[in-house]
Design a protein around this ligand. Structure first.
Ligand code: AMP
Length: 193
């Protein structure tokens, strides 16, 4: 695993623990000798994760759409900053340049990004691990809902289990190292319900 993509909030959230966790996530990726790939902004948890990696001497690749360059404010201290023409191009490039994907606390943008790469994995378009860093129980309700989708027959257990969950950055990186993608198709036959 050479590079890890982090999706996270462009805001800071109400608890200092979120910023600290973002910093630690960046630091852990750098200390593991991996490259951080992220959205390229210097605001919110996005800025914190980049700064944590840079402070630990890591390589950081930012990918920012032109339209967001001013709104999200491009980070100026990155190893590489790619300004792309659309959100679609950003997500495609992030997916291509990364070997694993983790979501830290965030808003709708963070949800959209992690769900998209997870669903690409479900369809077998890639075999890369996806995970949630569950700081302060931030993702407890979402995890509960994913289990609900599974018990209600809309998702196979193997697909649900593709989403790795950990509370500490080192722990999620370790889960990624041992990740085995499912070998079964995502669709549930009528006879299985
Ligand atoms: P948020 O979690 O809403 O603070 O957004 C975090 C990141 O997701 C930011 O880099 C946003 O630019 C990005 N983002 C926001 N909306 C979307 C979207 N619809 N699709 C993909 N990324 C988005």
């Amino acid at each position: 695993m050479k590079s890890v993509c982090v999706f996270c909030g462009s805001n800071y959230g109400t608890s200092e623990a979120y910023s600290q966790a973002a910093w630690d996530m960046g630091k852990s990726i750098a200390e593991a000798g991996q490259t951080l790939v992220y959205g390229g902004a210097n605001v919110g948890l996005m800025g914190m994760v980049a700064d944590g990696a840079i402070d630990a001497g890591g390589k950081v690749i930012g990918i920012l759409p032109k339209a967001l360059q001013e709104k999200e404010l491009a980070h100026t201290g990155l190893s590489e900053l790619h300004i792309v023409s659309s959100m679609h191009e950003r997500k495609a490039m992030m997916a291509e340049r990364s070997d694993a994907f983790v979501a830290l606390p965030g808003g709708a943008g963070t949800m959209e990004e992690i769900f998209e790469v997870w669903t690409w994995g479900q369809l077998g378009l890639h075999q890369k691990p996806c995970g949630l860093l569950n700081i302060h129980g931030f993702y407890d309700h979402l995890i509960e809902f994913l289990d609900h989708q599974t018990t209600e027959g809309f998702m196979k257990r193997e697909m649900r289990n593709m989403v790795q969950v950990a509370e500490k950055p080192e722990a999620i990186l370790q889960l990624f190292r041992t990740y085995v993608p499912p070998s079964t198709p995502k669709w549930i036959r009528k006879s299985e319900t």
